[in-house]
Ligand binder design. Structure first.
Ligand code: UDP
Length: 238
């Protein structure tokens, strides 16, 4: 399968057409952005690390019955994926309070939440990805009905339970993460985009060290070292 024209370029990935109209090639970029792209940077090799991490996690999720857009990993920073229509909702799952949750609601940093929290954010950079409730999703026609929102929430929680267990076996505490879903040509909802240290927070269970994009957001240094360590642990056989 070969890359044809560039169809879309986002902050972290480029999407190319292929000979097959139902398939795309995703190329993972080295660019890093934070705070709605107000902070920009680049880390050579970051794209390849995220591609390999995300591929491994999607294979794990597929094995656990979660349909994803991933068809095949082509090389270290390219994936062959199903063409889907992205649902413009960023689904955020949280196990521990930090980031915008702590800032917005004053919840103590690092507090373990009494249950898994699932939130919806509107995927719209011009509006700064605002948090939205279920009724907003329906008014904005982001999904066709309330049942779809229920399905997104349940799917996100299932992804969380698989990933939380997987990372905990590898000494990483999964704090929170963001996922996106798409609708494929059969009308099925499939996990799309990526799951990587760009879109998750992991804290090392022994040292408490941040092993994700917070190293870039908060100028902690060693961004690539942390992503390399996450890949190493993700590839560990248990
Ligand atoms: N997240 C993401 N993309 C976004 C916003 C958030 O991948 O556009 C991820 C982020 O990496 C974290 C989780 O979603 O793992 C929750 O992020 P939060 O709302 O705390 O946002 P932030 O603190 O980054 O503003």
């Amino acid at each position: 399968m070969n890359k044809k024209e560039l169809l879309y370029e986002g902050k972290a990935k480029k999407l190319y057409a292929t000979e097959d109209p139902d398939l795309l090639i995703a190329e993972f970029k080295d660019d890093l952005t934070a705070f709605n792209a107000q902070k920009k940077g680049s880390e050579s090799g970051k794209g390849a690390l995220n591609c390999q991490i995300s591929s491994r996690l999607y294979e794990l999720l597929e094995k656990n019955g979660i349909k994803t857009h991933l068809i095949k990993t082509l090389d270290e920073n390219h994936q062959l994926v199903k063409k889907v229509e992205i649902i413009p909702i960023e689904v955020v799952v949280r196990n521990t309070a930090t980031g915008s949750l702590s800032k917005r609601l004053g919840i103590k940093e690092a507090l373990k939440l009494p249950f898994t929290l699932v939130e919806f954010y509107l995927k719209d950079d011009d509006l700064n990805d605002p948090i939205i409730c279920e009724e907003h999703c329906l008014i904005l026609n982001l999904v066709k009905d309330k049942e779809t929102l229920h399905l997104l929430k349940e799917r996100a929680k299932k992804i969380n339970s698989v990933l939380k267990e997987f990372f905990s076996q590898r000494g990483l505490d999964l704090i929170d993460f963001k996922v996106e879903f798409g609708i494929d040509k059969e009308g099925e909802i499939v996990l799309s985009d990526e799951i990587s240290p760009d879109s998750c927070r992991f804290w090392d269970m022994d040292t408490g060290e941040k092993m994700d994009k917070d190293r870039f957001r908060q100028n902690l240094g060693n961004v690539k070292v942390a992503y390399e360590e996450v890949l190493k642990r993700v590839l560990e056989e248990k």
